[in-house]
Write a protein that binds this ligand. Structure first.
Ligand SMILES: Cc1cc2nc3c(=O)[nH]c(=O)nc-3n(C[C@H](O)[C@H](O)[C@H](O)COP(=O)(O)O)c2cc1C
Length: 161
């Protein structure tokens, strides 16, 4: 199975998730940072995984645009969608639903909300200030849920690990 994991990240969490997926998917899987990549030949892959992260309620606009532009071909692929964010439960689900449109979500074989991280070493002054105030924390924290990554891989490959 040829798999491409296309992602965008601001502070590295969605990238970490992409690498964790790649490690579990094994040979034939590759990762591409949409911010740094040239054109991507989706026709070369059976499975396409698209991931991003939420900042102030929104996923990276470039990921949304990529999905819109490639809507037709993505509709013919084994598709996985994931998000990294710190909200949980209903709120996280709402953010996911706003990030990926209904058609894409209903076509996807796997959908993942993998949790997130607050990495103060990668935040700018303003971000640190906002997070300290809103989340009431002063130190970096990681809440990536590896079990959700395992389940996502099981769904996209159709096999238990
Ligand atoms: C300035 C800022 C705003 C954020 N806003 C949200 C938000 O609205 N909802 C949410 O669930 N998480 C929010 N987060 C948490 C991020 O989704 C989390 O840090 C995620 O792991 C970031 O992924 P990345 O490292 O790939 O950019 C915010 C984080 C920062 C730094």
């Amino acid at each position: 199975m040829k798999v491409i994991i296309i992602y965008m990240t601001r502070h590295g969490c969605a990238e970490k998730a992409a690498k964790m997926l790649k490690d579990r998917l094994g040979e034939g899987a590759e990762t591409v940072n949409l911010k740094k990549s040239g054109p991507i030949q989706l026709e070369n892959y059976d499975t396409v995984i698209i991931g991003g992260s939420i900042h102030v309620g929104q996923m990276q606009r470039k990921v949304k645009k990529f999905c819109e532009k490639n809507r037709e071909i993505l509709g013919r692929k084994n598709l996985g969608l994931y998000l990294c964010c710190m909200e949980e439960g209903e709120k996280a689900r709402e953010q996911f639903d706003a990030a990926f449109d209904t058609d894409l979500r209903s076509h996807a074989t796997a959908q993942g909300l993998f949790g997130g991280e607050f990495d103060f070493s990668r935040m700018n002054f303003l971000e640190k200030k906002v997070i300290k105030k809103v989340a009431d924390i002063t130190e970096s924290v990681s809440k990536i849920d590896e079990s959700k990554i395992v389940r996502f891989v099981e769904s996209i490959t159709g096999r238990a690990e």
